[in-house]
Structures are given as structure tokens and as C-alpha cells.
Design a protein around this ligand. Structure first.
Ligand code: NAD
Ligand code: MG
Length: 380
């Protein structure tokens, strides 16, 4: 029996993790955490019987407590509560599926209490990768990637010597606006940007895929997970989303992982690593796929990806600025306060106005996040 804690249990990755729990009788949920979704969390409590749950929103947590007073689940709230869920004593593995930088402190605390991490929450690695990877080494815990590309890279590295990596080939679908010019993207509406061609995901990452900022975040995520220089991580567009990513080795051999676009595979792989389990779902049929095509990403029109490479090369606190500015800008776009192209304008403006700090602490990272938010609110 493996005890797990799921941070972000009501979201896209969280609910798919629970689907895997439902299909396997050797996984046991001990703690769940989410933002404010009382209804879904209550259903999850009644089905999976966790010992502890947290809603970050205090008011929602209070309401939930009343709603589940007939059960013996402990309900907590706030950052302290998120950390309690992340460090829950009997949890062996913590699935980090929060969206955004809210995941930094719970993830670090989970590592410090010796939990292995199935990491979906890429924003935590982008902004605090140096702290997360160091802590994982110090406390001897595994960081198991859930992001499909990083899981593919991780699977491609099985049995290989990481020193023999030549480069990482990080595949991208190109999103719904692949091939479009900035001029064409000017009038993109929220509904258009929320239509991803291949994957069904939470709103924030779907917008990130439309701007290709997601691929930029993933380049930085890959740097931390696999200790590879930013310039040895090549983003390559492969619109069919069949090859989930590849590794090229010193001798020129390229090894990749292929599959249908289903996040349950990388989630399940992280939960059972190094073993594989049966997973229901479609299998690839190569003859009917016919062809898999490739193209370079368009860095002139998708400037978010270009800026991510710049932020990654600069390092220090610059990826925090890139990420925080994007989080705020995406929220404003979803709230229909700015237009689509302003997302990357905002990131650019914040990066231009930031003086990089080397090796920022958690406090500095969170201060920089606030600085970026205030700067953006003062202008947009
Ligand atoms: P989502 O929006 O569907 O779910 C986010 C979860 O985080 C929800 O449970 C929500 O309640 C919780 N949350 C949000 N704000 C919170 C707060 N302040 N405190 C506590 N909980 C809070 O997002 P998602 O698509 O599941 O993505 C989660 C993470 O996984 C993101 O980092 C994303 O980039 C990454 N990821 C997602 C997918 C996917 O297919 N959805 C694929 C790869 C990586
Ligand atoms: Mg991905």
C-alpha cells in the first residue's frame, strides 16, 4: 500500500491522479489540498476518505468543515494548512499539482520531511529550482516528473548515464495558433486561446500553451530536472503530440517516448516508478497516424518562448520574474482586462525592469513575485 498526498486535488492533474487511485487498490489517499472548490473536495472526501484536507481559502475551509462534520476528516486552511497536507506523516509520495508559485513552500517542506515528489507544478521548479533540487539531494528524496515531456525525458534516460547526454529535444504541439503571425493573434479571444488542439488541461496552462510560454517554462523545468544547460535544450514543434520528448546522446543516438496524449500515463509512471502498470486507454496505431512532422518553433511571433530562453540563460531571479509576470498577465487575460499579445508585453516589461539576484532565497523569490504583481497592476 502506498500512501499519497495530492496538492491541487480538484484540478486537471489532481482529478486524473484520483482516477489512477480509483483504478488501483494499492494506492491510499491520506491528504488532499486545493484552493477553494468546496463541492469537488467534499465529493473527494466521501469517496477517498483522506485523513486531512486543506482549502487555502479560509472561508471555504470553514464551510467545508460544516459540510463534512459527519466524517472524521480534519479540515485545515491557509499556507499552514497546505504545508500540513504536504508533510502529512504517513504520506510516502506527494503529488504537487497546484497551479503557480503557491506550490513553492509546500513542495520544499514536503521534501524536508522526506517525501518523494511527483511534480506537476512546474512554476515551483522554474522559480525555485535551485532550492528544490538542492533540498532533494540533501534529504535524499526523488523528484519524479509528471509533466508529459519531462516524464518522456525521464523514461528515455532509464539505464543511461546522464553525463552522456548531448541534448534534450523538448517537443511542443505549437498550440492553437501555430503558424499565425502576431498580427493575426491581435484579436484572439479567451475562448480561442482555451481551445488546445491535443490536450485537455487547466485554464492557466492552456493559455500558456497558446502563447508557447508553457514550452519556455518547460525548458527551464528541464534544466533543473536533468541538469542540462539551457542551450542544450531544443524546443521542437511536433504538432501531433505523439513523441512526448527525446534525448540525444553523445554518439548521436536519439531515444524518445511515444504515446497517445493522456496525462494519466506520466502521473501513473511517477506514482509507481520504476515499475509500469496496466493503464486503460487508446494505443497508438502508427499506420493510421501516417506521419509525424517537425518544425522549428517560431521565436519571432511566439516571443514568450524566446524570453524564457533569455530568462533561463540569465538565471538567478530572472525566471521568477518571467513566471510571476506571466501568472499575473494570464489572470488578467482570463479576466478580459488585457488582450492576448499584452501577456508577453507584460513579461517583457517586468524582465526589463528587474535587476537579477543570484541564488535568491524563498523570501526573495516571494518578494519578487509581489514586486512584479504590483508593477503590473500599476500599469495595466
Ligand atoms: P488546474 O487549474 O486544473 O488545477 C489547479 C489546482 O490547484 C486546483 O486543485 C486548485 O484548487 C489548486 N489551487 C489553485 N490555487 C491555489 C491556492 N492558492 N492554494 C491551494 N490550491 C490552489 O491546473 P492543472 O492543469 O491541473 O495544472 C496543475 C499544474 O500541473 C500546473 O503547474 C501545470 O502547469 C501542470 N501541468 C498540467 C498539465 C495538465 O494536463 N493539466 C500537464 C502538465 C503540467
Ligand atoms: Mg508539458
Amino acid at each position: 500500500m502506498k500512501n499519497i498526498s495530492i496538492l491541487g486535488s480538484t484540478g486537471s492533474i489532481g482529478t486524473q491522479t484520483l482516477e489512477i487511485v480509483r483504478a488501483n487498490n494499492d494506492l491510499n489517499v491520506v491528504a488532499l489540498a486545493a484552493g477553494s472548490n468546496i463541492t469537488v473536495l467534499e465529493e473527494q472526501i466521501r469517496e477517498f476518505h483522506p485523513r486531512l484536507v486543506c482549502l487555502y481559502n479560509e472561508k471555504a475551509a470553514k464551510q467545508l468543515k460544516t459540510a463534512v462534520s459527519d466524517t472524521n476528516v480534519k479540515v485545515v486552511a491557509g499556507m499552514e494548512g497546505l504545508i500540513e497536507a504536504a508533510t502529512y506523516d504517513s504520506a510516502e509520495i506527494v503529488v504537487t499539482a497546484f497551479v503557480g508559485m503557491i506550490g513553492i513552500r509546500p513542495t520544499l517542506e514536503a521534501i524536508k520531511s522526506g517525501k518523494n515528489i511527483a511534480l506537476a507544478n512546474k512554476e515551483t521548479l522554474v522559480t525555485a529550482g535551485h532550492l528544490v533540487m538542492k533540498a532533494a539531494g540533501d534529504y535524499g528524496v526523488k523528484i519524479l516528473p509528471v509533466d508529459s515531456e519531462h516524464s518522456a525525458i525521464f523514461q528515455s534516460l532509464n539505464g543511461e548515464n546522464r553525463k552522456e547526454i548531448d541534448k534534450i529535444l523538448l517537443t511542443a504541439s505549437g498550440g492553437p495558433f501555430r503558424g499565425w503571425s502576431r498580427e493575426q493573434m491581435k484579436n484572439v479571444q479567451v475562448e480561442d486561446a482555451l481551445k488546445h488542439p491535443n490536450w485537455s488541461m487547466g485554464q492557466k496552462i492552456t493559455i500558456d500553451s497558446a502563447t508557447m510560454v508553457n514550452k519556455g517554462l518547460e525548458v527551464i523545468e528541464a534544466k533543473w530536472l536533468f541538469d542540462v544547460d539551457i542551450d542544450n535544450i531544443q524546443a521542437i514543434v511536433q504538432p501531433q503530440s505523439i513523441i512526448h520528448s527525446m534525448v540525444q546522446f553523445k554518439d548521436g543516438a536519439v531515444i524518445g517516448q511515444l504515446g497517445t496524449p493522456d496525462m494519466k500515463l506520466p502521473i501513473q509512471y511517477a506514482l509507481y516508478y520504476p515499475n509500469r502498470r496496466y493503464l486503460a486507454g487508446d494505443r497508438l496505431d502508427f499506420a493510421s497516424i501516417g506521419q509525424i512532422t517537425f518544425e522549428n518553433p517560431d521565436l519571432d511571433n511566439f516571443v514568450g518562448l524566446r524570453m524564457a530562453y533569455e530568462a533561463g540563460r540569465t538565471g538567478g531571479s530572472m525566471p521568477t520574474v518571467f513566471n510571476a509576470a506571466n501568472e499575473k498577465a494570464v489572470q488578467k487575460f482570463l479576466d478580459r482586462k488585457i488582450n492576448f499579445l499584452e501577456i508577453t508585453d507584460i513579461i517583457h516589461y517586468c524582465m526589463e525592469n528587474h535587476k537579477t539576484i543570484k541564488n535568491p532565497t524563498v523570501e526573495q523569490i516571494l518578494d519578487i513575485e509581489q514586486w512584479a504583481y504590483e508593477l503590473i497592476d500599476s500599469r495595466w
